[in-house]
Design a protein around this ligand. Structure first.
Ligand SMILES: *Cc1c(COP(=O)(O)O)cnc(C)c1O
Length: 246
């Protein structure tokens, strides 16, 4: 089923939209199956699990093929054959990140999608500086109605981006958000419209931030709606791997 699910989603995504397969709580076997279906970007939300899976998948790939030729990725639009070597997996971190766990995540993350506090951002800057690495991040905007959902308010993000120069070891790549968990499509659309408008506003205001292009919105239940609002990344777990066993 994983293969069919991935192929179906890739077939529906417009060019330039990246699918992140959210494999949290699922075993590495599920990631392998997704990989064999052509999936290359994976998302995890807990530092230990993230780190363990990065290592296990890397070991699997090393053991499996010394063959690193590029392969065609059927149905993966916007990716040309030669851009993705056979063994290249891209890991996204998308959960709450405590600053004492940075070393588990930052060496391996292609993108930290869930930067949700000034404190975390400062710690990422310090870690990047100390380790000679520039960390690609999305700022998480609080858009859902839930009180519990993490994320910045608009004015906090503005405040950060006015000081963007200070973050020499952080690359601001865009916004991430989670819509209200509801069956009411109008509410979901309102949440997505808000984050899409805000990204456009920020791009106008800060043209010097050339990498500020990503809009990571859309999960299993609402990713098709997210496409209407210019999602560049969709993060899909359940609709690929099935229900999670917590
Ligand atoms: C778990 C998770 C997802 C995927 O959720 P599904 O509803 O299973 O698709 C997407 N984004 C974040 C931030 C998550 O934590």
């Amino acid at each position: 089923m994983i293969k069919e699910n991935i192929t179906a989603i890739h077939g529906e995504l417009p060019p330039g939209v990246k699918l992140v397969a959210v494999s949290k709580f699922h075993p590495v076997e599920a990631i392998r199956e997704a990989y064999d279906a052509g999936q290359r970007a994976f998302g995890e939300n807990r530092p230990q699990e993230f780190c363990r899976k990065v290592a296990e998948v890397a070991a699997w790939l090393r053991g499996r093929d010394s063959d690193t030729r590029a392969i065609p990725l059927e149905g993966v639009q916007g990716v040309t054959v030669h851009e993705v070597p056979r063994n290249e997996v891209e890991w996204h971190f998308l959960g709450h990140l405590q600053t004492n766990k940075l070393k588990l995540v930052l060496p391996h993350a292609a993108l930290v999608e869930s930067v949700d506090s000034q404190h975390l951002l400062d710690a990422i800057q310090d870690w990047g500086k100390a380790n000679g690495k520039v960390i690609r991040v999305l700022l998480e905007l609080h858009i859902g109605a839930e009180q519990t959902k993490q994320g910045f308010h608009e004015e906090e993000i503005l405040d950060i981006l006015f000081r963007a120069e200070k973050y020499t070891h952080v690359r601001f790549c865009g916004l991430m958000g989670m819509a209200t968990h509801t069956d009411c499509e109008d509410d979901i659309r309102a949440d997505f419209a808000r984050i899409a408008d805000f990204r456009a506003y920020l791009q106008d205001l800060f043209p010097e931030l050339q990498d500020f292009t990503e809009l990571s919105i859309g999960m299993s239940s609402d990713w098709r709606i997210a496409l209407d609002y210019g999602a560049t990344i969709v993060r899909i777990g359940t609709a690929i791997f099935g229900e999670r066993q917590y």
